[in-house]
Design a protein around this ligand. Structure first.
Ligand code: NAG
Ligand code: NAG
Ligand code: NAG
Ligand code: NAG
Ligand code: NAG
Length: 434
């Protein structure tokens, strides 16, 4: 009697240990991000399919979802299309449903719902089937990668091979981190019941790795600096009109907008048409964050005002202007520019947010681009006179800054330059301690 009790409690113990292992629930996940030297796109790698393959993807912070080329080399025994009318189709807000007129294969199945995968680099969209497959990814405690976890039915959209045009070589799709239920941050948060937060930290180097965290902090960079504990916060703004290359009426943008109220150069306000800084009823105007634009793009009147103020301040600092080098319009001789911990000593650019004491200060490392040995250009390009979005904060301006997106509270946390804290976005310790 007693021994059978001991035996059954031992069995119970064994059962609960094995369940605990199966149900290990990560608090956060981590992905590496590299910068492609020829396209300046930011790339990540995800393991997908059965058997697992490492796939390279362009990171699109405002993108709607993961899309992948299913026409070439997609082999998987766990591929599972989303049937018309299923919960997956409504989660994805799919409005189309259809058949495929050839032999079934990944990307071509009957009775599946569809979405519009969007190459946001070339602004090309097409239709593709919504589907699911296994994805595996490393968990993290915020300091190192931990054990690998699996999402058995991760939703994504299939695209034809031509949609890859304009993307870095070796890439098979785009990883959208935007504000939808099926973008990577929300799917991972739902799969493991953690906070709907994620952070990106892009590296300026084409030879080392930056990092994306899914989940809340800590976000620790060597030498043991938790960036999540000292962020500045500003509301994320919803643009009510889609900014995708193709969309249906009534869809909101999945991109992240912030409320830039004014711009200062060397702490002096630049006079701007403030109408352009807000988003109007047709979704035009405002300021968004983009990882697919390598440099910040400004509507032409804003570009003109900002560059004129910058040139004037630079000149009063003894910096000499030289001929412009495309795509930039404003370049300087580097001879008279000294260097600081946060890059070349040039005028600071402040994006002033909800109040005068909340601003995103851009220092030389993020404002200037070295185009040759002795020429530095202001890394901002002219977006013409009628762009959809007035200011697009691009990759160069995001590098070595950590940005945390909190989807539940609709809030952006930003670190400003990590160079001040003697670390960079390539200082996450990717050595696994699992
Ligand atoms: C879809 O159904 C049609 C009609 O039953 C069939 O001819 C076709 O092969 C099917 N296609 C796929 C991809 O299953
Ligand atoms: C400011 O921009 C808006 C939107 O483009 C435009 O309608 C208006 O004329 C501009 N105002 C001035 C003073 O240029
Ligand atoms: C700029 O650099 C040149 C050459 O290095 C030097 O002769 C000149 O004095 C410098 N000008 C200023 C204003 O620092
Ligand atoms: C500015 O905004 C921040 C964050 O929203 C807030 O904490 C702070 O009190 C505000 N400061 C002023 C002077 O209004
Ligand atoms: C990186 O993490 C590993 C595993 O925890 C640890 O052994 C190593 O000392 C860390 N590297 C540094 C430079 O702290």
């Amino acid at each position: 009697m007693a021994s059978s009790l001991i035996l059954s409690s031992l069995l119970l113990f064994l059962v609960s240990v094995s369940q605990a292992q199966q149900s290990f629930r990560p608090k956060a996940l981590v992905l590496p991000v590299t910068k492609d030297a020829s396209t300046l796109q930011y790339l990540t790698q995800l393991n997908q399919r059965t058997p697992l393959v490492a796939i390279n993807l362009v990171v699109d912070v405002g993108g709607q979802f993961l899309w992948v080329d299913c026409d070439q080399g997609y082999v998987s025994s766990s591929y599972l299309p989303a049937r018309c009318g299923s919960a997956q189709c409504s989660l994805a807000k799919s409005t189309s449903c259809g058949d495929c007129n050839s032999a079934p294969r990944p990307g071509c199945n009957n009775n599946t719902c569809g979405l519009l995968p969007d190459n946001t680099v070339t602004n090309t969209a097409t239709s593709g089937e919504l589907t699911q497959d296994v994805v595996s990814i490393q968990s993290t405690d915020g300091k190192n990668p931990g054990r690998v976890v699996t999402v058995p039915r991760f939703l994504f959209t299939c695209a034809p091979t031509f949609l890859l045009e304009g993307l870095a070589s070796g890439v098979v799709g785009m990883a959208g981190l935007g504000r939808t239920r099926i973008a990577l941050p929300s799917q991972f948060a739902a799969a493991f019941s953690f906070h709907r937060k994620f952070a990106i930290c892009l590296t300026s180097s084409t030879t080392s790795k930056g990092v994306i965290f899914f989940g809340g902090g800590p976000y620790v960079m060597l030498p043991n600096i938790d960036i999540s504990s000292s962020l500045i916060y500003t509301p994320l703004i919803l643009n009510p009109v889609s900014t995708a290359s193709a969309f249906s009426q009534g869809e909101a943008s999945t991109e992240y907008f912030i409320g830039v109220k004014s711009i200062k150069i060397n702490e002096k306000a630049v006079s701007l048409n403030s109408t352009l800084l807000s988003i109007d009823n047709s979704g035009v105007g405002g300021t968004k964050i983009s990882t697919v634009n390598p440099y910040t793009v400004m509507e032409s009147s804003i570009y003109k005002a900002v560059t004129e103020a910058f040139i004037q301040e630079a000149s009063s600092m003894g910096i000499t202007r030289v001929a412009a080098v495309a795509p930039f319009g404003v370049c300087f001789s580097s001879k008279n520019i000294s260097s600081t911990r946060v890059g070349p000593a040039v005028p600071t650019i402040d994006l002033v947010l909800q109040n005068q004491s909340t601003f995103w200060r851009i220092f030389g490392a993020n404002s200037m681009v070295q185009v040759s040995n002795d020429v530095l250009c202001l890394g901002i390009v002219n977006g013409g006179s009628n762009p959809r979005t007035s200011i697009v904060i691009g990759g160069h301006q995001l590098e070595d800054n950590l940005l945390q997106f909190d989807l539940a509270t609709s809030r952006l946390g930003f670190s400003s330059s990590l160079l001040f804290r003697q670390t960079t976005c390539s200082n996450f310790n990717f050595t696994s301690n699992a």
